[in-house]
Design a protein around this ligand. Structure first.
Ligand code: SAH
Ligand code: SF4
Ligand code: F3S
Length: 507
């Protein structure tokens, strides 16, 4: 574990010194980028022809499922479609509809197939419509086979590993065998197993003008026994710090004030780079980029989250006071069977260290109820951790059996017992979250105005550094700015408050 911090300049300097092997890789990425740019030009020409035929600008709709990683990918898909000349709509009968899927739990799969079924109906209304499916589910052969068999109206299927080839696929869908434009489109199924390539600089269309996710790494090597992610997102690969910092600087110059660093397992960041850079160093460097007013990040793994990360947060007021630290279970035996590689005590030590060194920092978590072999005594262990850490909030999931993962072959817990454990964990979490939220009553804290409140007219939803939401009276021109807000009325997990003044720092 390193405690000495590198400055942004030092990180860039280190990156420049990198060996020739990695330069060769950059060259390949650049070649791939030019290929994709060429396809994007072709796609633009095709969109022009389509426009003439339709007598209007063609529209696109990205339907997104899943985590922050998918949300970021959706922005890349959107960027390519916009660049190709399409106009965005949220209507699912658009001329190009793309479903970006998640497969982390079975209900995600069910939900998606329901939506895809409805697409047949839209297709009848809009004969020009093209339907594409991508994302994590499409890395599973059984899902791709199901689409081929039961959803013949799907035009394009591709997986997470080749998302950077989307310009190519978009162009290909509109080509017939003679390489001519064909508005009826054709069928393409292109799912790759794995890739080490990271192609930088393809277009991206941000959902929010003032905040943005930034991928720092892709994939996961942890293989928790319940989890499908390592199978559908591939092996861990880090982006170069120079590329990350370049993107952050570009985002800031484009009006972004909040950056969220994204990875499935951020503590492993940089280990695969020629000159290793730790996550703590990267986090500090990003926070020091001029104009970055708030930095968020997710997700750490408790087994290798070092104190260096806590120290970097402590010394940078613009790093959000929020750590999402997935527990999964409070039972050491269940954690062993989950292959989480930490014990209940190690988790508690880490969480309590955070509480001690960052007293205003929220700790949230993920918990799975009903993992194979879980007994009532194991649930009691989880409840004990909830009580001791006093979580600020949590996502509680019912264990979902994922084909191909080691836990799928383990003996499953009877449904009634799963439900009982889930209910106990959920109510403990809700109580803990209510108590933690109530502690903020009357405080004046800095909040970022994020969006208009859909329920209360004339109100904006703002977010505190610790991720708690506060609704205030205000107008849309305030969105994207920070304010000192007094937290007046606690409503369980959120507040109603009053704006006192603008806050230029963001903390
Ligand atoms: N990389 C992150 C999160 C990945 S998925 C991490 O390690 O925490 C997000 C959450 O989904 C996980 O934290 C876990 O709680 C939950 N999850 C993953 N697989 C699951 C499964 N098979 N059943 C139920 N929940 C699951
Ligand atoms: Fe899944 Fe575990 Fe990787 Fe998180 S760390 S993505 S839970 S395998
Ligand atoms: Fe789902 Fe893929 Fe994220 S499976 S949770 S969208 S990495």
């Amino acid at each position: 574990m390193q405690n000495t911090m590198l400055t942004a300049e030092a990180i860039i300097e280190n990156a420049r010194k990198r060996a020739s092997e990695e330069d060769a890789k950059t060259f390949t990425d650049k070649e791939e980028l030019s290929r994709q740019e060429a396809f994007l030009s072709l796609a633009k020409e095709q969109t022009g022809k389509l426009s003439e035929l339709l007598g209007r600008t063609p529209t696109y709709c990205v339907v997104n499922f899943g985590c922050q990683m998918n949300a970021k990918d959706a922005e890349k898909l959107s960027g390519v479609l916009k660049e190709a000349g399409y106009e965005e709509t949220d209507r699912e009968d658009a001329d190009f509809v793309i479903y970006n899927t998640c497969t982390v739990r079975d209900n995600a799969d069910q939900h998606f197939f329901g939506r895809l079924g409805r697409a047949a109906h839209y297709r009848k209304k809009n004969p020009w419509m093209k339907i594409a499916v991508c994302g994590c589910m499409m890395q599973e052969k059984a899902c791709v086979d199901k689409i081929k068999e039961s959803y013949p109206y799907v035009n394009l299927v591709f997986g997470t590993h080749n998302l950077f080839r989307f310009p190519e696929y978009l162009a290909d869908v509109y080509e017939n065998q003679n390489d001519d434009f064909d508005p009826r489109g054709r069928k393409l199924y292109v799912v790759w197993k794995d890739t080490k390539e990271i192609v930088e600089d393809l277009p991206s269309e941000r959902k929010y003008p003032y905040k943005s996710g930034v991928n720092i790494m892709f994939g996961c090597d942890n293989f928790c026994t319940y989890c499908i992610v390592p199978y559908v997102r591939g092996r861990e690969r880090s982006r170069k710090p120079t590329e990350i910092l370049r993107e952050v600087e570009h985002l800031v110059s484009d009006g972004v004030v909040e950056i969220m660093l994204l990875g499935q397992n951020v503590n492993s960041y940089g280990k695969d780079l020629e000159t290793p850079v730790s996550f703590a160093e990267l986090l500090g460097a990003v926070a020091e980029v001029p104009g970055v007013k708030r930095v968020r990040w997710m997700t750490p793994h408790p087994k290798d989250m070092g104190e260096d990360v806590i120290h970097v947060i402590a010394s940078h007021p613009n790093i959000a006071r929020h750590i999402h630290l997935p527990l999964q279970s409070g039972s050491t035996e269940i954690l062993r069977r989950m292959n989480r590689r930490y014990t209940k005590e190690q988790y508690l030590d880490l969480a309590l260290k955070i509480r001690e060194e960052l007293p205003d920092c929220a700790i949230t978590t993920d918990i799975i109820a009903g993992f194979p072999g879980e007994t009532k005594a194991d649930v009691v262990e989880t409840l004990d951790v909830i009580e001791k850490v006093h979580f600020d909030n949590a996502y509680t999931f019912i264990y979902s059996k994922r084909t191909g993962t080691p836990a799928a072959a383990m003996e499953q817990v009877p449904q009634a017992q799963v439900k009982e454990g889930f209910d106990r964990i959920l109510s403990a979490i809700q109580e803990s979250a209510r108590e933690r939220t109530a502690l903020l009553q009357g405080k004046v804290l800095c909040a970022l105005a994020e969006e208009e409140n859909a329920q209360e007219e004339g109100y904006l939803t703002c977010r505190l550094s610790n991720n708690t939401l506060v609704h205030v009276k205000g107008d849309p021109s305030m969105i994207g700015h920070f304010y000192d807000v007094r937290l007046d009325t606690c409503r369980g997990f959120y507040y109603f408050g009053t704006v006192l003044s603008e806050n230029a720092n963001g903390y």
